[in-house]
Design a protein around this ligand. Structure first.
Ligand SMILES: NC(=O)c1ccc[n+]([C@@H]2O[C@H](COP(=O)([O-])OP(=O)(O)OC[C@H]3O[C@@H](n4cnc5c(N)ncnc54)[C@H](O)[C@@H]3O)[C@@H](O)[C@H]2O)c1
Length: 364
């Protein structure tokens, strides 16, 4: 099997889909790895390290795509990459097709076997390849929120932890899964007041037990959301309905009730966002103001910490990639139900129901 690793081209992206150590593992298992020059540099890995681990290099992204049976990436293919995709090729990466109908159509047109990191399932129904990046995004949401609360960015000038004698900032997190729970952990760490809402009582119970009174847990319903949002200095959107477009849980009217200069970080933007007033931003211009509130909605937040994120992502993808190299892709998919759940497109069709529903079609 020839594995192609192109350089990521999304704005501000610093991650790479393979570390030298993962490269060594798959080459030892018999794969050939062809990489684009400097593909790992932004994550701190030099071409020399990959060469020592068995990779070959080219300056041409086209050549990487053309030579490979399987492209292993981080972010979904962008428009500039559509023409590079080879008929029938396997692509193993984040796809987020529910928010990407144009890409979904392109993958169908090219008959791509699209295996999406975000829908690969663990035996317990969890999403092991989403988890590490959600953990990163959840933790980053608090430090980014704290930053954009500062006055020079149009923020309200609230210090999340406050100081003795002042009221700490109020962090409200909607969604208590991987990203939300890590936002809660960081928010508690900086000394903020913290409220977290979810539909899943088990998630709320776990946080209640862990933080023993330091965190208010609330059932996610419109009344509780409205009440909590109105008092939030920093609102974090962290909900997920697997593979579907994110539900809007905070209306424009609720945003309008927030104090001027408060901040929203909508982590769920890669699935369309869960705040009515949100639209995607980029690392170049991460924030805009709407209703007097700073909105941050970068779909690839983990790129801000490319090194940590690359290590976290690849330690999760390694067992799946190794399995596909050892057995071949089709055998691996047949043997491993959780990996098979990652298949979003195959043979010109969208084969993941929630994705087909979200984009409104199931073939090109
Ligand atoms: N922007 C980024 O850079 C970035 C990075 C990583 C992950 N993400 C995204 O963050 C989102 C969350 O991912 P995750 O791993 O934390 O998911 P998760 O499945 O671990 O958690 C999602 C939580 O949302 C809850 N939920 C669903 N509907 C809800 C509702 N109406 N109200 C309250 N809670 C609700 C679920 O019960 C669950 O606990 C996903 O869209 C993921 O793709 C974005």
């Amino acid at each position: 099997m020839i594995i192609g690793v192109p350089r990521e081209i999304k704005i501000g992206e610093k991650r790479v889909s393979m570390t030298p150590s993962l490269c060594r593992r798959v080459t030892q298992l018999g794969a050939k790895v062809i990489m684009e020059n400097n593909a790992g540099l932004t994550a701190g890995f030099t071409d020399a390290e990959y060469k020592a681990a068995g990779a070959t290099f080219t300056a041409s992204a086209d050549k990487v795509w053309k030579s490979a049976d399987m492209i292993v990436k981080v972010k979904e293919p962008l428009e500039a990459e559509y023409s590079r995709m080879q008929q029938g090729q396997t692509i193993f990466t984040y796809l987020h097709l529910a928010a990407g109908p144009v890409l979904a159509k392109q993958l169908c047109k090219k008959g791509i076997l699209g295996i999406a990191y975000e829908t690969v399932e663990g035996a317990d129904g969890s999403f092991p390849l989403l988890k590490p990046m959600s953990q990163v995004a959840g933790r980053l949401a608090i430090q980014l929120g704290a930053y954009f609360l500062q006055s020079q960015y149009g923020g309200s000038g609230v210090l999340l932890g406050g100081i003795p004698g002042t009221m700490p900032g109020h962090v409200v997190v909607i969604g208590a899964g991987n990203s939300g729970a890590h936002s809660v952990q960081m928010a508690v760490g900086v000394g903020a007041r913290v409220t977290v809402l979810d539909l899943d009582t088990r998630k709320l119970e776990a946080l209640d037990t862990e933080y023993r009174g330091r965190v208010v847990t609330l059932m996610s319903n419109p009344a509780n959301i409205e009440h909590a949002v109105a008092d939030a200095d920093l609102l974090v959107g962290a909900v997920l309905i697997p593979a579907a477009k994110a539900p809007i849980v905070v209306s424009a009217k609720m945003v309008a009730q927030m104090r001027p200069g408060s901040v929203i970080v909508d982590i769920a933007i890669d699935q369309g966002g869960c705040i009515e007033t949100i639209h995607a931003t980029s690392h170049e211009k991460p924030v805009y103001q709407s209703h007097g509130v700073n909105h941050y909605a970068v779909p690839n937040m983990p790129a801000l910490v490319g090194r940590t994120s690359t290590m976290g992502l690849t330690q999760a993808t390694e067992p799946y990639l190794a399995m596909m190299v050892q057995k071949g892709v089709e055998r691996a998919l047949a043997d491993h139900k959780g990996l098979a759940k990652g298949v979003n497109t195959r043979g010109g069709r969208i084969v993941y129901d929630e994705v087909a529903k979200a984009v409104g079609f199931d073939r090109a």
